[in-house]
Design a protein around this ligand. Structure first.
Ligand code: SF4
Length: 611
């Protein structure tokens, strides 16, 4: 088994910590043994805690859950490489319906999930609020888990916070939020230290989306340090055949299926894919650029390297994909460049200068801002100004850097933009150019190519509905409703499995097909592909059921105006909704029903959620 069956329950107000059994908790409330979905873990299991223990949707600060997957862990415990993920689950400050909030998640890489499991638990649930901003230090190196709360400066930058936690408190593995979270920025993010072999630290990784940083700051959490020991990790006993399978999977992870991310990184790989298809969004998604657009050369990795830019690979230890690309800017800034921040902070703001975008991404991380939402908010503001005949507007490099700081401290126009594109456009107008769904700003892919955004759990995010890019290069399919129905069902299930099992999104082509084998090897539970896909759909449906209780419905399954400019129409979208709801057994208003839950083996939640 690679799971312990335990979770850590923290009550910050009472300063208590206790190890409990999630298997017993679920059995007591659900009256049955654990399911495949719960065994896979992550987002799928985490939703149970919200269905059982979160009795209000008005208050996003009540519960914060950190859930590992059955594959989360280090290869020296016998797991495949690239399985370092844990999922953070919370009600999103950005996903609002009146006073209520919908469910969301953010995925944490680096070593955090592995260290959680080394404390002898699979999940951590954090209730309540500390008396002042604190670092929550969890020491699982002894018999149980000890907790210490240390007062911490809420205004400390992310990097300084992680450094103090590592050097002063001796917690090499930690997550931290920046000053933006404590200033109340809606899209504040969380960041994770990256211990590498030889006591080196890599560049911190972010779990950025959905307002995770604001949720942590609402609990007065500035940082969480975790420390465990190898002996407590629930190590699997593998025979020769199982070891061979792991080797085979590791070979696959270093092979053709991951080449795009291994060679170009997300930055190079996606530019090389989108530009020939004339599908690189720019200028607040008002244009789609192709190879002939010369301005793009300033950000195209290939062209930047031709001009002498040095790019180095960095991995989450140990991962053969090494998708993180470390760059040194001409002012000496060393940071990484990933596709989404380059697309949103660069192309979408009309700033095609790799040095400025590198600095912008570094600043967003230092202050603890979701770089994607930040870029999108600034891009929206630039276009709003362009329409009004005001400045600053697209291409203003100074304004880009200045606005990031203003958003982080909520100063001047930064105070408005800190509400996100939805909040800012509701206040100032021009909602038609607000690139958001359910309050979450767009990812860096053409909106026309992915109607799946409307149905995705966390909004306009490509990783919560694996349907992005499928229509690029398939213009014949874009209008086919039945093609979308099967694509959406598969996309929803795959995305939920990726957010649950503990493996990296970029390893999905290798790990997803192997899940039945891996589940058998590591948990002893026999399944097949159909059951795995069904458990992914269960996760999707359970999140939809929680959102139904929070008040979300058909009127929230929308797309921004710009998604309809390439042929599809709002009328077409309504037909797609009708068919998708019919397929999923939702009612005509897009709400999960008792029948939906019964059909997919979730009947106990119909009672619990009073659906
Ligand atoms: S593919 Fe990239 S993000 Fe995923 S584990 Fe490897 S280095 Fe980390």
């Amino acid at each position: 088994m690679t799971i312990s069956g335990n979770f850590l329950e923290i009550e910050l107000g009472k300063e208590t910590v206790e190890i409990k059994s999630w298997e017993e908790l679920f059995e007591e409330h659900l009256g049955r043994k654990k399911s495949v979905r719960e065994l896979i873990g992550g987002f799928g299991r985490g939703l149970n805690y919200f269905a059982l223990l979160q009795n209000t949707y008005d208050d996003f600060s009540k519960l914060f859950a950190i859930c590992t997957g059955f594959l989360t862990g280090h290869p020296h415990f016998g797991l495949p490489m690239t399985c370092c993920k844990a999922t953070m689950i919370f009600l999103s400050p950005m996903k609002r319906k009146g006073r209520r909030h919908g469910i969301s998640f953010a995925n944490a890489g680096a070593n955090f999930g592995n260290e959680v499991k080394k404390m002898g638990v699979d999940d951590i649930l954090i209730f309540g609020k500390a008396k002042q901003p604190v670092a929550v230090l969890l020491d699982g190196t002894g018999k149980g888990v000890e907790m210490e709360l240390r007062e911490f400066d809420p205004d400390a930058l992310v990097f300084d916070t992680l450094e103090s936690i590592a050097n002063e408190y001796n917690y090499a593995t930690a997550c931290a939020v920046g000053p933006a979270a404590f200033k109340g920025v809606k899209f504040a993010s969380a960041h994770f230290s990256t211990p590498l072999p030889g006591k080196k630290f890599g560049l911190p990784r972010a779990a950025a989306r959905g307002g995770i940083g604001l949720v942590l700051s609402a609990k007065n959490i500035k940082a969480i340090g975790v420390k465990g020991i190898d002996e407590k990790f629930p190590k699997p006993r593998l025979g020769e055949e199982e070891k061979r399978i792991v080797k085979e999977i590791n070979r696959g992870l270093a092979g053709a299926a991951t080449e795009k991310y291994r060679c170009g990184g997300t930055w190079g790989g996606n530019f090389d894919f989108l530009l020939p298809a004339k599908a690189l969004p720019a200028y607040n998604h008002s244009k789609l650029l192709g190879e002939e657009a010369e301005e793009v050369y300033g950000l195209w990795r290939m062209k930047c390297e031709e001009k002498g830019l040095k790019v180095e690979d960095e991995e989450c230890s140990p991962c053969p994909i090494k998708c993180v690309k470390r760059v040194k800017g001409s002012d000496g800034t060393i940071w990484r460049l990933d596709y989404e921040p380059v697309a949103l902070m660069g192309c979408d703001t009309g700033v095609f200068d790799v040095d400025v975008v590198l600095k912008a991404f570094w600043l967003a991380n230092a202050y603890g801002l979701d770089a994607v939402s930040t870029g999108s908010a600034i891009a929206w503001y630039f276009e709003y100004n362009l329409r009004m005949g005001k400045s600053p507007t697209f291409g203003d490099t100074h304004a880009l850097l200045d606005l990031i700081k203003k958003i982080a401290v909520r100063e001047g126009i930064g105070d408005v933009l800190a509400e996100g594109v939805k909040g800012a456009s509701e206040k100032l107008g021009d909602e038609d150019i607000a690139m958001q769904v359910k309050g979450l700003e767009t990812a860096g892919y053409p909106a026309w190519s992915n109607p799946g955004y409307a149905f995705a759990v966390r909004g306009m995010c490509h990783t919560s509905m694996e349907t992005y890019n499928v229509a690029i290069g398939r213009p014949d399919k874009v209008h086919e409703i039945e093609w979308w129905i099967s694509t959406l069902k598969k996309g929803a299930s795959d995305a939920m499995l990726v957010q649950s099992g503990g493996f990296c999104h970029f390893a999905r082509k290798v790990i997803l097909p192997a899940l039945p084998t891996l589940l058998d090897m590591y948990t002893g539970v026999k399944t097949d592909e159909d059951e795995i896909e069904r458990s992914g759909l269960q996760t999707y449906l359970l999140s939809r059921a929680i959102d139904t209780v929070a008040g979300f419905d058909r009127t929230d399954d929308t797309l921004p105006e710009r998604a309809f400019r390439c042929g599809t129409t709002r009328e077409w979208m309504e037909r797609l909704k009708d068919r998708f709801y019919e397929e999923m057994d939702f009612d005509s208003k897009g709400r999960a029903t008792k029948e939906t839950l019964i059909k997919y083996g979730l009947s106990e939640f119909a009672y619990l959620l009073r659906i």
